[in-house]
Design a protein around this ligand. Structure first.
Ligand code: SAM
Ligand code: SF4
Length: 456
């Protein structure tokens, strides 16, 4: 089907998109939306009003699989679509992993597009409208074409900027390298040009995205060039730079230097540890020990003393003992994380860890998980106390969910900050602005205080 045929088939159609999983998926959804917008479709907030329903899926943990099947099947009871016909499309990691097999659990799906097929989604959906057949595309494709497609940004002031796709690390528990392929970096020039364009369009904060940004450039230039990228992105005039994820084994001293020296790089580092036990880290194939990780944290804090450190931790990896777990707890306390994403291990078919026998009772794992959450709450609370009585520049995102007279935004360290809207101010005028807040309350998951001075 040619471009004209695709836009003839899709012009005027409405679409709904639901995204599961990580920022990479959120960004893929922005690309799918951007493509459909450019073909004359419009986004709606309810699947009942949509001619096209798209699910962008995640298969990192098991629960997401079940949720997807439920959502697909519930589309069967939707009222007739506005155009008289509805196409259901599933993209992302489950689509890539299962391909046609997905139909066993969700037989009403019309289009299945894998993680490499985003650039073709318009064509696949248009064909499904035309011939009512199933269209499936999960072939691996080395090109980075999808990263230069139009995209539909959720916020005017913030943009996700993928700098690479895929992962080479094969952590033993993780399905990502199997469904996202090998590491592939964009060029430094392309990323810098994109950020320059975003700054011109009014973006103030970018988050550079990759499964392991520290190895950015290795495939393209023969050695990692993330530090150089940070410095060059810092020269674009963007005011806030964040990045995720950062694998400890590849965090180089030159990157820590760039973080310390580029003013726009925010004082926040997400450094996934996964476990505090060297024995478990080895089984996880993480390629660093507890001591390596702690030395890295020291090196980072030496250059950026008040940096906020966040992490990912898996509880209940096969064979994890109480002693191993105690090492995770003590590491979390020693680092003093400002936040952590904590996960119960989920067995992923096809990964090496899935073959490790384990008879740890579920209640034991749940109890460990609850104890870890408590420790993280304590470290987050303690970390936030440093901000008490300080003036913090806050990038305003909107109002608090609970109270529309309270503005909400993010501090440089990525803490959520609340403050009453100043007299006569309208939130719509403040979203995307930076405003100073004097903090008079520091809780576990937010800071609050009052606005000082004008927004800028
Ligand atoms: N590439 C990123 C990194 O290494 O930091 C992480 C990407 S992964 C989508 C996000 C997190 O999911 C991982 O850091 C890990 O904690 C968690 N995760 C991955 N596989 C998992 C599994 N099988 N069970 C539980 N959690 C898992
Ligand atoms: Fe998964 Fe490890 Fe790659 Fe992160 S670095 S995506 S945890 S394999």
């Amino acid at each position: 089907m040619d471009t004209q045929g695709i836009s003839d088939a899709l012009r005027g159609k409405t679409y709904f998109i639901r995204t599961f999983g990580c920022q990479m998926n959120l960004h893929d959804s922005e690309r799918v939306s951007g493509l459909l917008d450019s073909l004359g479709c419009s986004l709606v907030g309810d699947p009942a009003d949509a001619d096209i329903v798209i699910f962008m899926t995640c298969c990192v943990r098991e629960a997401a699989d079940q949720r997807l099947y439920g959502q697909c099947n519930s589309c069967k009871s939707l009222p007739t679509a506005p155009s008289g016909k509805r196409v259901i499309a599933v993209g992302g990691c489950i689509a890539q992993r299962d391909g046609e097999g997905l139909l066993t659990n969700a037989d009403n799906v019309d289009v299945i597009f894998g993680t490499h097929a985003i650039a073709h989604v318009g064509e696949l959906i248009a064909q499904a409208f035309e011939d009512s057949e199933r269209h499936i595309l999960t072939a691996e494709d080395e090109s980075l074409a999808a990263l230069t497609m139009p995209w539909h940004r959720e916020y005017s002031y913030h943009a996700w900027v993928p700098i690479m796709t895929g992962c080479n690390n094969f952590c033993s528990y993780c399905i990502v390298p199997y469904v996202r392929g090998r590491e592939k970096s964009r060029s430094i020039e392309e990323v810098v040009d994109e950020v320059t364009g975003l700054v011109t369009a009014g973006v103030r904060e970018v988050t550079l995205l990759g499964q392991n940004v520290n190895s950015f450039g290795r495939d393209r230039y023969g050695a990692p060039r993330f530090a150089e990228l940070l410095r060059k992105v810092g020269e674009t005039g963007v005011e806030r730079i964040r990045f995720t994820s950062s694998h400890p084994k590849d965090l180089l001293p030159e990157t820590i230097d760039a973080m310390a020296e580029v003013p726009a790089v925010m004082p926040h580092l997400h450094l996934a540890v996964q476990s505090g036990s060297t024995r478990i880290l080895k089984l996880m194939n993480r390629k660093y020990s507890r001591e390596d990780y702690l030395s890295l944290v020291d090196a980072v804090r030496e250059r950026i003393p008040d940096i906020a450190l966040t992490t990912d931790i898996i509880v209940g990896f096969p064979g994890e003992t109480e002693d191993d777990f105690a090492e995770t707890l003590s590491l979390a306390e020693a680092v003093g994380y400002s936040q952590a994403f904590t996960f119960i291990y989920s067995r992923r078919q096809g990964t090496p860890a899935a073959e490790i026998p384990d008879d740890t009772p579920r209640e034991v794992i749940q109890d460990r998980f609850d104890r870890l959450v408590k420790v993280i709450e304590d470290t987050a609370f303690a970390f936030n106390q440093h901000e008490l009585h300080q003036v913090v520049p806050v990038l305003v995102e909107g109002t608090s969910k609970k109270d529309s007279s309270v503005l909400q935004g993010k501090s440089p360290k990525n803490q959520t900050v609340h403050a009453p809207l100043p007299e006569g101010a309208r939130i719509d005028d403040l979203v995307g602005k930076i405003i100073d807040v004097r903090v008079d309350r520091a809780r576990t998951w937010y800071l609050s205080g009052s606005v000082v001075g004008a927004a800028r």
